[in-house]
Design a protein around this ligand. Structure first.
Ligand code: FE
Length: 194
């Protein structure tokens, strides 16, 4: 299956299949697997009483590491190159803009927080500090202003904080399957509204 055969009725199952086949891959430099990382982000969102769309955004924020699964993307998706933009792009046909923007901005949100929250940098994992420099370092004033002009920037910051918190070995979470009904509902609501 590739992106041309995906629709609102099969996209959640498609994503669940990616998680189940590939979620055990390591999350480079972190003590958790990719699926543990994304499930932890979703769990942290839930603990804070986040709305379904933000739980979904936390759960799917790193889907851009698997864009080769969606067809017309580079097979080189193990690298950390532009997984933010690519992830937003593959979700955009099926998920509402708030989710797409949180995924697309999750790296930018890290650069934003490093520029605007003095305590945030000290909370980054060593691997996240390393990628920060590759990602352009903290934002400058102009980039901060541009980031704030995005209507979903506050949501993107929340997702980023759950992302950063989801790197703990052994945290108890739900399974991906537990989120299928939530994801189905988000997709159906968006398809219905479109
Ligand atoms: Fe992440």
């Amino acid at each position: 299956m590739n992106i041309e055969t995906l629709n609102a009725d099969n996209v959640v199952e498609f994503i669940a299949d990616i998680f189940e086949r590939r979620g055990a891959e390591s999350y480079l430099g972190e003590p958790v697997t990719m699926s543990e990382h994304m499930l932890q982000g979703a769990w942290l969102a839930e603990q804070e009483g986040a709305p379904d769309v933000l739980v979904a955004a936390a759960l799917l924020h790193d889907i851009g590491h698997y864009t080769s699964e969606f067809g017309p993307y580079s097979p080189d998706d193990v690298e950390d190159k532009h997984h933010d933009e690519a992830g937003g792009e593959v979700l955009a046909p099926f998920f509402p803009p708030v989710i797409v923007e949180c995924v697309r901005l999750h790296v930018a949100a890290k650069r934003y927080l490093c520029a605007t929250d003095p305590t945030y940098f000290s909370r980054l994992s060593p691997a996240s500090v390393h990628t920060l420099s590759l990602q352009g370092g903290p934002m400058d004033g102009e980039e901060v202003a541009e980031f704030r002009s995005n209507p979903f920037h506050e949501e993107a910051v929340k997702v980023r904080i759950w992302d950063e918190g989801g790197k703990v070995a052994g945290m108890k979470t739900r399974t991906f399957r537990d989120y299928v009904p939530l994801l189905e509902k988000v997709v159906k609501d968006f398809a219905g509204a479109a």
